[in-house]
Design a protein around this ligand. Structure first.
Ligand code: GAR
Length: 194
């Protein structure tokens, strides 16, 4: 089984989709959750993970220099021997101190085409610009902001989506399906790099 370290800063709906996929979905017999980690000890997603029986860990990032925090977070995560580090609403830009130990094994999900929109508030961007479609993107993480190689993309129709809440509802439904499926094919294709 591939060992997943799932990282989050907030709600944790993608984390939950991944956990469920390891239990009864496309990741069953392919992956297990080694740890759910947060840079915010009070993140709702961390409590949700614990309630679903996942090992959890937290290290507060507030007020800490980026490189110092990233080195400590990487060291903590390495104790769980993850094959993949799976960012699921982990709202931090990663420095090389974090990326180097897991290079080529860090995944992120972004609620837009990373060639068109980077960073926060991608659903607001799609809504405000009245896009008729956005593309959910799963990509490998490098040191840029949403610049790493794309692993999978799936379009979401935004036709008739009259509110931001509706845009998010449609997008998240695709996120929750695309992320486990992309990870499953990555594992099946033997691209585990350690
Ligand atoms: C998701 O929509 C995810 O794609 C996005 O944050 C949300 C987290 O929700 N990530 C980014 O915007 C990264 N740039 P969740 O905590 O319910 O999974």
């Amino acid at each position: 089984l591939a060992r997943l370290a799932i990282l989050l800063s907030g709600r944790g709906s993608n984390m939950l989709a991944l956990v469920r996929a390891t239990q009864t979905g496309v990741l069953k017999d392919l992956a297990e959750v080694a740890v759910v980690f947060s840079n915010r000890p009070d993140a709702p997603g961390l409590a949700l993970a614990a309630a679903h029986g996942c090992p959890v860990a937290a290290l507060p990032s507030r007020g800490r220099p980026r490189e110092t925090f990233d080195a400590e977070a990487a060291a903590l995560l390495q104790q769980y021997e993850p094959d993949f580090v799976v960012l699921a609403g982990y709202m931090r830009i990663l420095s090389s101190a974090f990326i180097q130990p897991f290079a080529g094994r860090i995944l992120n999900i972004h609620p837009a085409d990373t060639h068109q929109h980077q960073g926060l508030h991608a659903y607001e961007w799609a809504f405000d610009n009245q896009l008729t479609e956005t593309k959910i993107t799963v990509h490998l993480v490098d040191e840029g902001l949403d610049t790493g190689p794309i692993l999978a993309q799936q379009p979401v129709s935004l036709h008739g989506a009259a509110t931001l809440a509706e845009v998010e509802r449609r997008g998240l439904a695709v996120e929750h399906e695309l992320y486990p499926r992309t990870l499953a094919s990555l594992i099946k294709n033997g691209k585990m790099m350690n």
